[in-house]
Design a protein around this ligand. Sequence first.
Ligand code: IMP
Ligand code: MG
Length: 172
Amino acid sequence: MHTLKEVISEQEIQKRVKELGKEISQVYDGEPLVVICTLKGAFLFFSDLVRHISCPHEVDFVRVASYGSSDTSSHTISFTKDIELNVEGKHVLIIEDIIDTGLTMEFLLNQLSARKAKSVKVATLLSKKARREKSISIDFVGFYINDGFLVGYGLDYAEKYRSLPSINELEL
Ligand code: IMP
Ligand code: MG
């Protein structure tokens, strides 16, 4: 058992997700859009967010694995599940739970841009700016956070706590 300290409440999350949905709907109005969920962490954010995206869109899912030590130079990232839709000529919006070092998002941006999408943008619920190693442009951010390991609303620690409706700091 760990001690959890709530940092973002369910109400705050839901309010912000609704705002992000509105912003996103205005950007893509009338254009073909594919919204991509990065499994597993973004599953709740994604499912709540798409219900607030009022423009027509398709959904798809990816899962990436990262291997290697925390020494980032030896980090390898690969798909364990790729998307299934053809994104050529369509706008792509990648939905992520948290962007930390930026390595995962850099990989996804490179991979998806190579498929001739009309545009590739990023929405993340959380951004941990202090730990960024790759400079990537994030188009929609739910909340900026400082350090600390977060769980809940999709985020896990050893596969635990993903289903909590709020975001909590794990006190190890
Ligand atoms: P990055 O490649 O360092 O940006 O890492 C992104 C991934 O690391 C996220 O999609 C999460 O799966 C995981 N991650 C980073 N920080 C946290 C955290 O505080 N809690 C849970 N997972 C995290
Ligand atoms: Mg993730």
